[in-house]
Design a protein around this ligand. Structure first.
Ligand SMILES: NC(=O)c1ccc[n+]([C@@H]2O[C@H](COP(=O)([O-])OP(=O)(O)OC[C@H]3O[C@@H](n4cnc5c(N)ncnc54)[C@H](O)[C@@H]3O)[C@@H](O)[C@H]2O)c1
Length: 434
């Protein structure tokens, strides 16, 4: 293994390159930021994505075209371009299977690609969210098998979880402390130096790779559980005819009350990552109670919302197959185009299951992706005569909608469902929030 400083100096002198594997929400911004200082290869297996990136366009809309200027980066899906690389950064998806077990296929396949081109003296840094032990067991095994190099004398591994929050312009890659870890003190030093060159507040050095993996997984699991608690109390308070947001506002005046809010937990992080932890825990013989209970509450929330709507229709004797519902926002969260594991989709599909006609309106969603993945469409213009409006996602575009706007498109006995508690000022329309 080369001296650290030599590895970083070689990168700075552009005698060697960094390859970021996976040009998604995590990999692309990272590659572009590193590309201001080093020579980067941005590798992905998605041809249409690479085509867009070569034209300086992020199809996910997260990165502005200006970010592609003045960076030293080669976008490719050709393995023949994977040469002269001394640092590999793997940022590929880590989803779960239908049975909620870790689906490591993208991660292992990316490790195989790295293994095929791994040169002695290199470091492989994993950024994907995984369970503790995954980097040093599953990923390292693949690198060893494919590369035929010996470990740790010929290459090293590291883990640095990503904290990027798509759609968030305040907490960004470069202004958020990054956790780093490595298999040896020298690897840790090199990896720390690398990230320190782009992260303003610097890095936190975790003592082991497992610690860094565990830290990432509990950041998201903690959030999942806190929201699950709010969702559960929201169900309880609804039975008591108490508005949960009023309760949180009141309780939030205490110094140690944590202000989380009820909501649909979708996306491919918060609603997925806890399963990585529970999987490993169960493999080791402990069945987690709290984490799985939280997951169950959050996963069932879509059905709870639909039950509310069906109850409203029945109460007003509106036939399901003649009723019309408008859903504002279909992405998994506000101001992004990401529809992966969107729980709003679950609400829509559940309503359709009951023959309710649903209009979706979302200015952020990619129409063709929505059609391809869920066979759904987003309307161009909001219609009228709705029996229910679901304000599902708090996109900035919806902030200017007034009560009159809603009254204009709704039937007299319509119900307004405010998933995020963003329209609590409404008074002339029947209102319900989580
Ligand atoms: N998106 C987030 O907000 C976020 C935040 C923190 C951590 N993470 C974690 O980071 C990882 C990546 O997430 P993402 O949101 O960037 O995913 P993404 O789906 O946006 O992007 C992943 C990219 O990897 C590519 N890819 C898949 N398999 C590949 C392979 N074998 N070789 C090369 N490229 C391959 C895909 O084509 C895709 O473009 C996941 O583990 C995720 O949990 C995501």
């Amino acid at each position: 293994m080369k001296e650290n400083s030599q590895l970083i100096n070689n990168l700075k002198a552009k005698n060697s390159r960094i390859c970021v594997v996976g040009m998604g929400y995590v990999g692309l911004p990272l590659a572009l930021e590193l590309g201001k200082h080093y020579s980067i290869v941005g590798y992905d297996i998605d041809q249409s994505l690479i085509d867009s990136l070569l034209q300086g366009r992020d199809p996910r809309g997260e990165v502005k075209s200006t970010a592609f200027a003045d960076v030293d980066i080669t976008f490719t899906m050709s393995e023949s371009d994977l040469t002269d690389i001394s640092i590999w950064i793997v940022a590929v998806p880590t989803p779960v299977t239908k049975l909620k077990s870790p689906d490591l296929r993208p991660l292992l396949s990316a490790s195989d690609t790295v293994g095929r081109h791994l040169e002695p003296g290199s470091i492989v840094i994993y950024e994907s969210t995984v369970y503790p032990g995954c980097t040093e067991e599953d990923c390292l095994n693949r690198l060893l098998n494919i590369s035929q190099l010996t470990y740790p004398d010929q290459f090293n591994i590291a883990y640095s979880p990503e904290r990027i929050n798509p759609g968030d312009k305040v907490h960004t890659l470069t202004n958020t402390i990054k956790i780093v870890s490595g298999d040896t003190p020298e690897t840790l030093d090199t990896v720390a130096q690398l990230y320190e060159s782009i992260i303003e507040p610097g890095v936190h050095r975790a003592p082991t790779i497992k610690t860094a993996e565990a830290a990432k997984i509990i950041e998201n699991t903690q959030r999942d559980l806190n929201i699950a608690f709010m969702n559960e109390i929201s169900i309880i308070f609804d039975l008591m005819d108490i508005n949960t947001h009023d309760v949180i506002a009141a309780a939030g005046t205490k110094w140690n009350f944590l202000k989380f809010y009820p909501g649909l937990v979708g996306g491919h992080c918060i609603g997925v990552d806890p399963y990585y932890l529970t999987y490993k825990s169960e493999e080791l013989g402990y069945k987690p109670e709290i984490i799985l209970a939280g997951r169950k509450v959050n996963d069932n929330l879509s059905k709870y919302v639909v039950k509310k709507i069906l109850g409203h229709l029945a109460y007003h004797k509106i036939q399901r197959d003649k009723s019309r519902v408008l859903v504002l926002g279909i992405t998994f969260k506000e101001n992004v185009s990401d529809i992966r594991n969107s729980k709003v989709v679950d609400v829509v599909q559940e309503l359709q299951h009951y023959n309710v006609s649903v209009d979706i309106y979302d200015p952020h969603v990619d129409q063709s992706e929505l059609k391809e993945v869920y066979n759904l469409e987003s309307i161009q213009d909001i219609g009228s005569n709705y029996d229910c409006v679901i304000a599902a996602v708090k996109h900035a575009e919806f902030a200017t909608l007034s009560e009159q706007d809603f009254l204009d498109i709704c039937n007299e006995e319509a119900l307004f469902i405010d998933i995020k508690g963003a329209y609590r000022h409404l008074s002339k329309i029947e209102y319900w929030s989580l």
